[in-house]
Design a protein around this ligand. Structure first.
Ligand SMILES: Cc1ncc(C[n+]2csc(CCOP(=O)(O)OP(=O)(O)O)c2C)c(N)n1
Length: 399
């Protein structure tokens, strides 16, 4: 991908002015966020970003997309089609999420995958001071620093989250200093309001489409052929994990290395297990990011109750990424969702809930609830071959 356009400050400003003009002409009945005021800083930072590096951006992504080489007519076309917050480019490794705090864990996962492959590529994750507000950035920075992953987080501090300043939100803790080599923080004043432009356009003159027209639904999932098995439920889980391991799957979660997921990972080589902090959003982000780089992550949750902490990563990201990126990014990972519906020790109401139906109602990928060894083998075999995410419910009562 040679001959990337080099943008001047004036050209960047002119691009956003042009988008603003389209709004004034009733051509943009969408939520969009214009960039402005940080041209010098970004032009400078992008001098260090190589063409095949990953750039991970946010709702305010137009400048990042242009500076990473996405042609302006493509960026404009996306914006005109209701995708200002959803600009993706698989070839150029350009990924965004407009969910605040949604990207740092994913960035860490991509960086993990690049390091594991011995790649020279890096990940550059741009976030606003809104993401600096939440713990997801903190856990990802700590993780990237701890594992020396090739990832930089650039905090673009415009002293504004929607309209509230840092001091409005944090009082005396408005500005914090990061003691990390992975963090670059710069300050700027944004030229534009938080979203759109001042003035309400005439919506009666705009063309409106449905969600499905902007983001076509994915095709129905078809199961690959089933495999008969006379194994017990738990033996079938162990067998399936060994199968997945023999084809290079990576097992991610906390206590996977030492607890062995109730013995189900006992035969899996230790170097195929990634032990994570107890930070469910981060660990899910790591799995998402690794799946972008060709790995088959198997993400282990020892109880449904704890999956709620990763609900954003599961529902807003794993489930939606393929659809909102128009098929550019796929997330072919497996979620093992154990519900502690039985056990020798009573563990209480916050440790034994069953959210199978909650997830079935909230995601479009299969949530399988195998009843016996045959169905367990079938579920994991299907998941192994699938290019889509899949959740397999495991019940302690059936172990
Ligand atoms: C999890 C989540 N909460 C709230 C929002 C709504 N929201 C969108 S942008 C934004 C403010 C973000 O501020 P900042 O990160 O500083 O970026 P800026 O808009 O200033 O560039 C908010 C609250 C969201 N998108 N995601």
């Amino acid at each position: 991908m040679k001959n990337k356009k080099i943008w001047s400050k004036e050209e960047l400003i002119a691009f956003e002015n042009h988008i603003g003009d389209l709004y004034d002409q009733n051509q943009l009945p969408f939520l969009f966020h214009l960039s402005g005021g940080n041209e010098d800083q970004l032009i400078n930072i992008f001098k260090d970003i190589k063409e095949d590096d990953y750039v991970i951006s946010s709702h305010r992504n137009h400048y990042h997309a242009l500076l990473h080489g996405i042609p302006p007519d493509v960026v404009e076309d996306r914006i005109k089609n209701g995708r200002s917050m959803f600009i993706y480019d698989r070839k150029r490794n350009f990924f965004v999420s407009a969910i605040i705090g949604g990207t740092p864990g994913i960035a860490a996962g991509i960086a993990w995958a690049l390091k594991r492959k011995g790649s020279k590529q890096k990940v550059w994750c741009f976030v606003g001071d809104g993401t600096e507000d939440n713990g997801h950035l903190f856990e990802a920075v700590r993780y990237v620093d701890g594992w020396e992953l090739p990832c930089k987080f650039i905090i673009e501090n415009n002293d504004r989250s929607c309209e509230a300043s840092n001091n409005d939100r944090w009082n005396k803790q408005g500005d914090i200093t990061w003691k990390s080599n992975s963090v670059i923080k710069y300050y700027y004043q944004c030229t534009y309001p938080h979203c759109r432009k001042p003035g309400i356009i005439d919506l009666s003159k705009t063309i409106k489409k449905t969600n499905d027209e902007y983001f076509p639904k994915l095709s129905e999932f078809r199961y690959p052929e089933s495999h008969n098995s006379d194994l017990s439920y738990k033996e079938a889980v162990i067998n399936s994990m060994n199968n997945l391991a023999s084809e290079g799957a990576i097992f991610i979660g906390y206590n996977v290395k030492y607890g062995d997921a109730m013995g189900t990972l006992k035969d899996v080589p230790q170097d195929q297990k990634i032990e994570t902090p107890v930070a469910e959003n981060l660990m899910t982000g790591i799995a998402i990011g690794m799946s972008f780089e060709g790995f088959k992550p198997v993400l282990y949750f020892e109880r449904h109750d704890f999956m709620l902490v990763a609900a954003d990563a599961i529902i807003n990201h794993i489930d939606k990424i393929e659809r909102i990126s128009h098929g550019e990014f796929k997330v072919p990972l497996i979620i093992r969702a154990v519900t502690a519906d039985a056990g020798p020790f009573y563990s209480g109401i916050t440790h034994s809930q069953d959210f199978t139906e909650l997830f079935r109602k909230s995601v479009s990928f299969p949530v399988l609830d195998p009843l016996n060894g045959v169905e367990v083998m079938q579920a994991f075999n299907g998941a192994k071959k699938s290019q889509r995410p899949m959740m397999v419910i495991e019940r302690k009562s059936r172990y």
